[in-house]
Design a protein around this ligand. Structure first.
Ligand SMILES: Nc1ncnc2c1ncn2[C@@H]1O[C@H](COP(=O)(O)OP(=O)(O)OP(=O)(O)O)[C@@H](O)[C@H]1O
Ligand SMILES: [Mg+2]
Length: 192
């Protein structure tokens, strides 16, 4: 059973056709990079996969479940959206607890510490997200996608805007997650 199976996917906003017959299969344990110019429809595609917006046509199956059963598998899926969903007044720890809670997961202090460590934000538990740099916000957004230890990750431009060193750290993290058996679907403008 594939992690992602998309057939004939279409999306239009009014008369504007954004996705035209997208067909793709991502096997479990793969890292799949989705490339395309600005406005190509990458974020729209991720929004359809994660139930934020509806397709105009076609079929989607995630982890073997059809899209209308997304509720049954949403705890097994993690998402880092393109637009910031960060709560600036929250500390890093409160934010991770809150986001985990939204997907029905409870995480311990140790898990929060481990998540922050994993993305290179060790020791920032009590820091407010509003005081984070751009790169740190990107990293905590990845950490929030990892809460609840999902099997399938959708990451919308996880490395864009990061300095080269941070981008390499994130690439290493993604390889480590793959080694744990996770499936990662990511968009990027970085051909490397
Ligand atoms: N809610 C919406 N209403 C109307 N048009 C939309 C909406 N969301 C996206 N679009 C249009 O769909 C197209 C694809 O946008 P999308 O954000 O998916 O592209 P993208 O590939 O993620 O681009 P980028 O690389 O800039 O992030 C764009 O032309 C955009 O204007
Ligand atoms: Mg986008």
């Amino acid at each position: 059973m594939s992690a992602i199976e998309v057939k004939g996917l279409k999306k239009s906003f009014g008369a504007k056709e954004v996705l035209r017959e997208v067909n793709l299969t991502v096997e479990r344990g793969e890292i799949f990079g989705f490339l395309g110019r600005n406005g190509a429809g990458k974020s729209t595609f991720i929004q359809i996969m994660t139930g934020i917006t509806q397709a105009t046509g076609g079929t989607v199956a995630l982890l073997g479940e059809p899209a209308d059963r997304l509720d049954a598998i949403k705890q097994r899926i993690g998402v880092m959206p393109d637009t910031s969903n960060l709560y600036h007044d929250m500390t890093a720890r409160a934010f991770l607890n809150y986001m985990a809670g939204l997907s029905g997961v409870r995480i311990t202090k140790q898990e929060v510490r481990r998540l922050l460590e994993q993305v290179g934000l060790s020791g920032t538990e009590r820091q407010k997200i509003g005081s984070f740099s751009f790169g740190m916000k990107k990293k905590i957004s990845i950490a929030q996608a990892l809460t609840g230890n999902p099997e399938l990750l959708f990451l919308d431009e996880p490395t864009s805007g990061l300095d080269p060193e941070s981008a390499i750290e994130i690439q290493r993290l993604l390889l480590a997650l793959k080694a744990e058996g996770k499936t990662i679907f990511l968009t990027s403008h970085n051909l490397n």
